[in-house]
Design a protein around this ligand. Structure first.
Ligand SMILES: Nc1ncnc2c1ncn2[C@@H]1O[C@H](COP(=O)(O)OP(=O)(O)OP(=O)(O)O)[C@@H](O)[C@H]1O
Length: 477
């Protein structure tokens, strides 16, 4: 008994704290409705100081018009818990619940009433509804954009090589298996990754593309894993989820995975094995569940032998390898794609253009080092620059044109090229412009192959992406 009393005493301080910090208003009365205790929220909602409440009977407060009625008195009368809405003198609607406590003889020892501003609750519910509506709208919008993206990009598979590849893709697409897409730049790895995703059970969830070579090495970890607030200088003050987190329930496409630094390869392997990510500066890990599709234009086996790619990671991601054949080995695709791409441009610009047989023959004779991306870009250029309805080039002419497309733009005969800058511009701006133009020219010469351009320019691939925003240019394709 003594023990019980002392434990009540020792707890009374923390009980007061609970009362003081409660979001609800709390009244404690005796069995006749005399107020024993109230908390600060009750003071605020009733606009009456504690001293004017404690010691008074609830009935008096009702008579003085502070409430229109008392739920506590109803609870005393009915000897059971009662809930109802009461109106305060200031017009607030409070949702109130009064609960009588009974002793072992069934006598009421006290009544505890707690009330909450009903209008605030309604407002909160309305805000929540609005937020939910907004989230739904964003979801619908994302879905719409995704669907549009897929509808607008028809995957051409006319050649036997592509047909066989699609057969494989159709059987692996709906599974959860990790797929590794091999192929030269521009052969269609990304469009195939999106196709695999669109026929998977995760097609209504996120599709996150990460171009491992486009993100500078010092930022890639933060991009992939995210970070907690204040984890490094320059970080977003609120912290940021990583791309693995954003891909949860969906699919992540790691493009150019061969460019991933070794340290991150180890981290990626851990994510794949544990199914968890931990943000930089974080102390806890979060479960993530995504399907992995990777792509590369490098020979990963050679990289494994040269110890620049982890063998264990290689086996993890290479569960089902799919190979994209270079475009020059798929003449049927060249024919069909040429007509489809021209058709798209006809629609876009209101043209009615057609290819002559010679031009198409020229397409077949050319080697397409930049693959489908180069074909698409060349056709756009031809459609825009040809005046008449028929795009007509002799075979030789066509091949030379494709090969020297940059020459036609701004190359000089001596192998150099011309870059035009605005006069009287600040030095820094001019230098940036020259640098950008120079990189773009080299990129054109390499048919958009960033690795090749990086090799010629002796810079990192990420530097090229950063300086000419190749990512954006590609995303607009
Ligand atoms: N089979 C195809 N049918 C229609 N369009 C295609 C096909 N393959 C590729 N393309 C188009 O060619 C362009 C390049 O394709 P994509 O970006 O998928 O190539 P990639 O292999 O991922 O290139 P990179 O390795 O340089 O990232 C895109 O515009 C894409 O839509």
């Amino acid at each position: 008994m003594i023990e019980t009393k002392s434990s009540i005493k020792s707890n009374s301080y923390s009980l007061q704290e609970v009362m003081d910090n409660s979001y609800d208003s709390i009244f404690v009365t005796d069995a006749t409705g005399n107020i024993l205790m109230v908390n600060p929220t009750a003071e605020r909602l009733l606009n009456l100081p504690t001293t004017k409440m404690v010691g008074k009977n609830i009935r008096e407060l009702v008579e003085e018009g502070y409430w229109d009625k008392s739920i506590a008195l109803e609870a005393i009368e009915k000897r059971t818990t009662v809930t109802g809405v009461i109106k305060t003198r200031d017009g607030l609607n409070l949702m109130c619940t009064s609960r009588p406590l009974l002793d072992t003889h069934g006598n009421i020892t006290m009544v505890i009433s707690n009330s909450r501003d009903q209008d605030t609750l309604v407002k909160l519910a309305q805000t929540l509804d609005k937020e939910r509506e907004l989230v739904q709208r964003y979801k619908d919008e994302v879905q719409y954009l995704r669907d549009q993206g897929f509808k607008n990009r028809h995957l051409v598979a006319e050649s036997l090589a592509m047909k066989n590849l699609l057969l494989e893709a159709n059987s692996v697409g709906p599974t959860e298996t990790s797929v590794l897409l091999y192929g030269q730049s521009g052969t269609g790895k990304e469009i195939l990754a999106k196709y695999l995703y669109s026929i998977s059970g995760r097609s209504k969830e996120a599709f996150i593309t990460v171009n491992c070579s486009a993100i500078p090495e010092n930022l890639i970890e933060a991009e992939l894993f995210g970070y907690e607030k204040g984890s490094f200088t320059g970080a977003d003050a609120k912290g940021k989820p990583g791309l693995f987190e954003l891909a949860d329930k969906g699919t992540i496409f790691l493009d150019e995975i061969g460019e991933m630094p070794l340290i991150l390869q180890a981290k990626l392997l851990r994510v794949l094995e544990d199914g968890e990510v931990r943000r930089i500066g974080g102390t806890t890990s979060k479960k993530v569940n995504f399907r992995l599709i990777s792509a590369t234009n490098r020979d990963l086996k050679v990289m494994v032998a040269g110890k620049t790619f982890r063998e264990d990671l290689f086996y993890r991601i290479n569960v089902v390898p799919l190979h994209l054949t270079p475009l020059r080995e798929r003449p049927e695709d060249i024919m069909t794609m040429s007509n489809i791409f021209l058709e798209e441009l006809n629609k876009k610009y209101g043209y009615d253009k057609v290819f002559s047989a010679e031009t198409l023959q020229g397409f077949l004779n050319y080697s397409w080092p930049g693959n489908v991306r180069e074909l698409r870009n060349l056709i756009e250029r031809l459609a825009i620059t040809t005046r008449g309805r028929v795009i007509d080039y002799q075979v030789e002419e066509m091949t030379n044109l494709a090969r020297n497309i940059v020459t036609n733009l701004n190359h000089q005969e001596n192998g150099s090229f011309r870059i035009t800058v605005s006069s009287k511009a600040p030095l820094k701006k001019t230098m940036d412009q020259v640098e950008k133009e120079y990189i773009k020219n080299i990129l054109h010469e390499c048919n958009g192959c960033v690795s090749e351009a990086a090799r010629i320019l002796c810079v990192d691939r990420s530097a090229i992406y950063r300086k000419v925003q190749v990512v954006n240019l590609r995303n607009q394709e």
